[in-house]
Design a protein around this ligand. Structure first.
Ligand code: URA
Ligand code: ZN
Length: 398
């Protein structure tokens, strides 16, 4: 019998803003850990506001707009970026979002495009400051937040040094890394020391897209829809396929990654990748295993796929003990909901107490489809148990 989240959401939605606290209304509800959820820390926002080139935050008609994607300055359907408010950095609003959705713990990561567009001399000190800011925010959260740190990828030695610092931070459990690494994808041999340092420290690398693949084929009339649906997912697919086919993982067999959007298309395409590699002796002879073995041994996948057939592919491919729930918050907010504060003395807005379909769809897959077909223990593992185990998280009491 599937557990329903409806009552939890309804309770969260009607609770007065001031009383929203750790979610506790449904003892029977499944604990959720959100491993794919982003912030633009205040220090990062300040930097975006000061810039005049993409990425940047700029006021248009009195409203802050976020412009981070290629061509977002002139795109017609998502003209002049997207609205951005304090949901990207306000901790109270984030807790309210979590309470509305019954999410116990969030593992926060800086959103794209991280520090990739900066010079090494800008990125190196900023990475340390941002990681300190993030850890401080997690420490102050009463167990609701953990984090993935960010690296100055422009300088491999500095990135390794930052990995060592992150490993010492009480609440940082890994790093977020772009599919492009230092600008040359993840199979760039210069990245080996970064992977080795992460593996030595037992830290996971959360691989996330930003640039898109095939963008010029998507057509301006489709705005960012195809870019986000296809370009992002094929970007992750490409980056990870290159990494696997390069043989890098034979040099760093203990390295563990977490893949955004359930690995793009990899659970579906891994068999084809195996077959293509097997038919190319030059590549096959360089690898100790076939691609799908690395893809199941060295990778965790989020469950951010929105539909049962896709989640079935991920579960069948990687196994239910390597899947973790994610939301992609604060991207894909509930459409058409006001972002105006509900009162003068609180930052909370209706957006924070309204269920977001981008989140509830993926929760319902677990409380519904997976519970019904594989049982509640498996669903609970994907919802939060796997993340707590793999990342070593302390779950707050409800
Ligand atoms: N999700 C993200 O993480 N980043 C985007 O830019 C859009 C969606
Ligand atoms: Zn994301």
């Amino acid at each position: 019998m599937a557990l329903s989240l409806t009552a939890r959401r309804a309770a969260a939605a009607v609770r007065p803003a001031a009383s929203i606290s750790a979610f506790s209304t449904a003892a029977e509800a499944m604990p959720f850990v959100d491993v794919h959820t982003h912030v633009y820390l205040p220090r990062y926002m300040q930097m975006l506001r000061e810039r005049s080139n993409v990425p940047r935050v700029q006021k248009f008609n009195g409203e802050d707009r976020l412009i981070i994607l290629p061509g977002e300055d002139d795109n017609s359907t998502t003209a002049i970026g997207r609205p951005i408010g304090s949901e990207y950095y306000d901790e109270q609003r984030r807790i309210a979002f979590m309470d509305t959705h019954g999410i116990d713990v969030s593992v926060l990561s800086l959103a794209n495009p991280w520090l990739d567009f900066l010079s090494a001399s800008e990125a190196i000190p900023l990475a340390s400051h941002l990681n300190d800011d993030l850890n401080d925010s997690c420490v102050a959260s009463n167990g609701r937040f953990y984090g993935f740190g960010v690296l100055p990828m422009q300088d491999v030695d500095a990135a390794c040094a930052e990995v060592r610092r992150i490993a010492k931070a009480s609440h940082l459990k890994g790093v977020i890394m772009s599919t492009h690494g230092r600008g040359n994808w993840l199979d760039d041999q210069a990245l080996l020391p970064v992977y080795q340092t992460l593996a030595e420290e037992g830290l996971i690398a959360f691989i996330h897209p930003h640039f898109g693949v095939g963008n010029s084929d998507f057509g301006d009339e489709y705005g960012h829809t195809l870019f986000l649906a296809l370009g992002f997912t094929f970007e992750t697919t490409t980056a990870v396929s290159r990494l696997v086919c390069s043989g890098m993982l034979d040099k760093v067999p203990d390295m563990q990654f977490l893949l955004a959007h359930s690995g793009g298309t990899l659970p579906f395409l891994a068999g084809r990748l195996d077959s293509c590699v097997a038919h190319d002796e030059t590549i096959a002879s360089k690898l100790a295993a076939k691609p799908s073995e690395y893809l199941t041994r060295n990778f965790y996948y989020d469950s951010l796929v929105y539909a049962p057939p896709a989640l079935e592919a991920s579960m069948a491919f990687v196994g239910t003990d390597r899947l973790m729930f994610g939301t992609d918050c604060p991207f894909f907010p509930a459409p058409g909901v006001s972002r105006e504060p509900m009162s003068a003395d609180s930052p909370l807005t209706p957006l924070d107490t309204t269920p977001w379909m981008s989140t509830t769809k993926n929760q319902d897959l677990l409380t519904g489809h997976v519970t019904d077909t594989r049982g509640s223990a498996t669903a609970a593992a994907i919802a939060g148990g796997n993340a707590a185990r793999v990342l070593g998280l302390q779950m707050p009491s409800r």
